[in-house]
Design a protein around this ligand. Structure first.
Ligand code: SF4
Length: 519
């Protein structure tokens, strides 16, 4: 008898059902309802506290102040710690990347604190607080953060807690009218961007000064006052530049000794993991400073420039495929010149604003990265089309650091479970270090535990970096026929070089060597 023809589709469906039953997966798929920000309306503003967190203390404080100045009630959460990680793991999905656990857990931890220790009822918390965060459409897990927040909050007993999202690529087109609680208009975007840039220049300057302070704690004390000064300016809608000048006067009182050769260590990697100042990267920046290094951190402004670059790059590519780009936002039948001009103007505005702030506070000689150069440097090893995490930036930055002698050592922070950073770019960096065998590059994976292991690996690499910084200084001193005592006397006798803001011209990676070359 001839066999009946096989119905492949129903056979596969039957097989899938059978396997799902065996694995205990016979349940409905989770469907995230499409939500808008309507649940937070204009009339809620006076009675609702916005919680924000995610960057450094300076950024979070200033963003809070900027939002307060716009009429919102705002509170910043502490930097996520390992207790937050535990909350994230308890209530989050399995298999997430570490930053998801830390940030989601940090919110749950705070709400649990409000409920169990501050004595608020769950209803008061759900009705009186919202969480505001940036969202994106991926392609990495960043696109799923908001779902993770909602899932964890529901499972932790805060069902209905509002997570309000603004799209990081959405710009000012997200304005949704006067009835919406969170109005994402020009004022909102400028307020946030200015706060982020002010946080950047403050942090960048602090990382330059702190390693060389002669009175321990002097920089942190001045920073605390600077955060206050800037917060007041943002809250009162006063001049930020004037506040930065006041910060400069305060920071100028810090005494420094830059004649000590210190290794410069750049921290790159996944955006959140390299930026946070808490357990999420084992307090990496502080640890490096305790070990005698000067830390070169990456500002949030770099990320803004990268977003502009991405937009421009994609628009230029799409222009060549116009006939096929017929979607709702496609370029088919449109002229993209205006969009390209706007992106160019946005880049100029970001750079000009940043330099205005940098000059006002005394951050001299700081160059924001040239994103075209970074993309070109990376492109030989990492396709510029690949997105997610920092994209090609990690690779391009490492090549730039090595070729332009920016530092003595680069640490790349890879969160456990991160696809783009630890899965992709980490593999590519092996090709870069093979091309430059003398470069000191250390990728570290952050898991929440394993701190001692990571720190001891850093200490081993720092030993070499320290030797290189010393050798650089010795070379310059020999070139100039100076001994170390005369070099120190020269610097100590000069008001210019004793200044907390002094930055000799870049020739070597180390500040002491550059100073010796300059005096
Ligand atoms: S870049 Fe990596 S760590 Fe960051 S959100 Fe994406 S997957 Fe997670």
């Amino acid at each position: 008898m001839e066999n009946a023809p096989l119905d492949i589709d129903s056979e596969l469906a039957r097989f899938a059902r059978e396997e799902a039953r065996k694995l205990g997966l016979e349940r409905e798929q989770w469907v995230e309802p499409v939500r808008s920000n309507e649940s937070f309306t204009a009339k809620d503003r006076a009675t609702t506290t916005m919680l924000v967190s995610g960057l450094t203390l300076a950024h979070d404080t200033l963003v809070c102040a900027a939002l307060t100045g716009l009429g919102y009630r705002v509170e910043a959460l502490d930097a996520p710690d390992n207790a937050a990680l535990q909350f994230g793991k308890e209530f989050g999905n399995r298999g997430q990347c570490n930053p998801t656990y830390y940030t989601v857990g940090n919110l749950v931890k705070h709400l649990v604190y409000l409920r169990d220790e501050a004595g608020l009822s769950t209803a008061d918390i759900v009705n009186g607080y919202i969480f505001v965060t940036a969202g994106a459409c991926g392609p990495c897990r960043f696109g799923m953060y908001v779902t993770e927040y909602r899932k964890a909050l529901r499972d932790a007993g805060f069902d209905g807690f509002r997570v309000v999202l603004f799209q990081q690529q959405g710009g000012m087109k997200q304005a949704t009218g006067d009835e919406t609680g969170l109005v994402i208009d020009q004022k909102f975007v400028f307020g946030i961007v200015r706060a982020l840039m002010a946080g950047d220049v403050l942090n960048l300057l602090a990382y330059r000064i702190r390693p060389y302070e002669t009175v321990p704690g002097a920089t942190d004390e001045a920073l605390r006052e600077c955060r206050e000064l800037l917060s007041t300016a943002f809250r009162d809608d006063a001049s930020v530049v004037a506040a930065l000048w006041r910060c400069r006067r305060r920071l100028a009182r810090i005494e420094v000794d830059r004649t000590q050769p210190k290794p410069v260590v750049s921290v790159i990697g996944e955006f959140w993991a390299m930026t946070t100042e808490g357990d999420g990267n084992y307090q990496l920046q502080r640890f490096l400073e305790q070990e005698g290094a000067e830390v070169d951190v990456q500002g949030v402004t770099n990320w803004l420039l990268f977003m502009v670059w991405e937009n421009r790059y994609d628009t230029l590519q799409r222009q060549t495929l116009k006939q096929d780009d017929g979607g709702r936002k496609g370029l088919s039948g449109k002229d993209a010149t205006k969009k390209l001009w706007m992106l160019e103007a946005a880049e100029h505005a970001v750079r000009a604003h940043f330099q205005l702030y940098a000059k006002a506070i005394g951050l001299h000689g700081y160059h924001l990265p040239d994103m075209e150069q970074i993309a070109a440097l990376a492109s030989k090893h990492y396709d510029n089309h690949v997105r997610g995490g920092e994209g090609h930036m990690e690779v391009g930055k490492l090549v730039h650091f090595i070729e332009d002698r920016v530092n003595h050592m680069t640490i790349s922070v890879k969160p456990f479970g991160c696809m783009p950073s630890s899965g992709v770019s980490d593999g590519v960096q092996a090709a870069i270090t093979a091309r430059y065998p003398d470069a000191i590059f250390l990728p570290i994976e952050t898991t929440g535990d394993g701190k001692v292991n990571v720190q001891s690996r850093i200490q081993m690499m720092l030993f070499r970096a320290r030797q290189n910084a010393r050798a650089e200084l010795d070379l310059v001193l020999a070139e100039k026929g100076l001994d170390e005592a005369s070099f120190k006397a020269c610097v100590n006798g000069s008001r210019r070089w004793r200044s907390a803001f002094a930055r000799p011209a870049h020739r070597f990676a180390g500040v002491a060597a550059n100073l010796a070359a300059a005096v």
